[in-house]
Design a protein around this ligand. Structure first.
Ligand SMILES: Cc1cc2nc3c(=O)[nH]c(=O)nc-3n(C[C@H](O)[C@H](O)[C@H](O)COP(=O)(O)OP(=O)(O)OC[C@H]3O[C@@H](n4cnc5c(N)ncnc54)[C@H](O)[C@@H]3O)c2cc1C
Ligand code: FES
Length: 251
């Protein structure tokens, strides 16, 4: 992990309310799929914003973010050539075991972005099936990334692009048609992860979820980001996660 002085190469809107920002670092950063960066948006916004790494190619790294509150609004206005502090890579990331050949990715909303890094890392060695949900057609993005999967289904909550369902329902539909992955990797809103965990438990399929929690330091020191584990212990999402075995975390 390093605090990079990262130069913005480009920062542009790729779907309604979603931007993609690419930074040039001083060196190639070794990033696992599912790891994240803490981006300083400067000014009075002292807390850095945690954003998943979408792509890491050579000394360039790309994040996709939804414009939500003050921090991301400020980030949207950062132009090419600006320099921001980016602390990365943070967190554990997704791991795929040697014997897990068929990998299902189930993502919703901004949770699709860490899954882009999984497709990029594993598309050549694993059979990846991606089930990706957007709110509506205006939010659709990153299709060209998920098209690298062996199978790819995109759906929307309102049916304005693909079928009208969420990504967990799309995954369940595939299961009903005989599909069975060796492992499920997922990221999205907590209700989505809860529904997916229920399916994974019912079907007895290992499932890993990437959690979103409000963060302070991003490096395990402040305990702002703790979540409850099923064994009664607590874990730091930034350092012990953000990826957890779904069976080990309370959703
Ligand atoms: C590990 C991780 C990875 C993430 N990856 C992405 C991603 O790839 N793309 C993306 O669009 N968003 C991602 N998020 C959510 C993103 O961090 C928040 O949307 C963002 O911090 C909102 O900042 P804001 O200033 O615009 O909003 P505000 O609501 O003004 O933020 C106020 C404070 O709350 C925190 N906060 C608000 N919402 C969240 C949230 N959902 N999760 C964590 N902290 C939050 C902010 O960091 C800030 O400290 C991720 C969150 C985590 C924890
Ligand atoms: S954000 Fe400080 S411990 Fe996780």
């Amino acid at each position: 992990m390093k605090d990079y002085q990262a130069t913005v190469v480009k920062n542009e809107e790729i779907a309604r309310g979603i931007c993609e920002i690419t930074f040039r670092l001083q060196e190639t950063a070794k990033v696992r799929p599912g790891q994240f960066g803490a981006i300083s948006v400067g000014g009075v916004h002292l807390l850095r914003r945690p954003i998943a790494v979408c792509k890491a190619e050579g000394n360039e790294v790309t994040f996709c973010y939804q414009i939500k509150g003050d921090g991301t609004k400020k980030l949207k206005n950062v132009g090419a050539g600006s320099v921001l502090n980016v602390l990365m890579p943070l967190g554990n990331g997704f791991f795929v075991e040697e014997n897990e050949k068929k990998v299902a990715l189930v993502g919703g909303g901004v949770g699709i972005f860490p899954l882009v890094s999984v497709v990029r890392a594993y598309a050549n060695e694993k059979e990846i099936s991606s089930f990706i949900g957007f709110r509506n057609a205006g939010a659709v993005c990153a299709l060209e990334e998920f098209e690298k999967s062996a199978k790819f289904v995109a759906v929307t909550d309102d049916g304005s692009f693909g079928e009208k369902m969420n990504s967990v329902q799309a995954f369940e539909k595939a299961l009903a048609e005989g599909y069975r992955p060796d492992v499920i990797l997922s990221c999205g809103p907590t209700p989505m992860l809860r529904a997916l965990k229920a399916v994974a438990v019912r079907e007895n399929i290992p499932c890993y979820v990437s959690l979103e929690e409000r963060m302070g330091c991003g490096i395990g020191a402040c305990l702002v980001c703790v979540c409850n584990l099923t064994n009664g212990a607590r874990a730091r999402v930034c350092k012990d996660g953000p990826v957890f075995n779904a069976n080990e975390v309370n959703l």
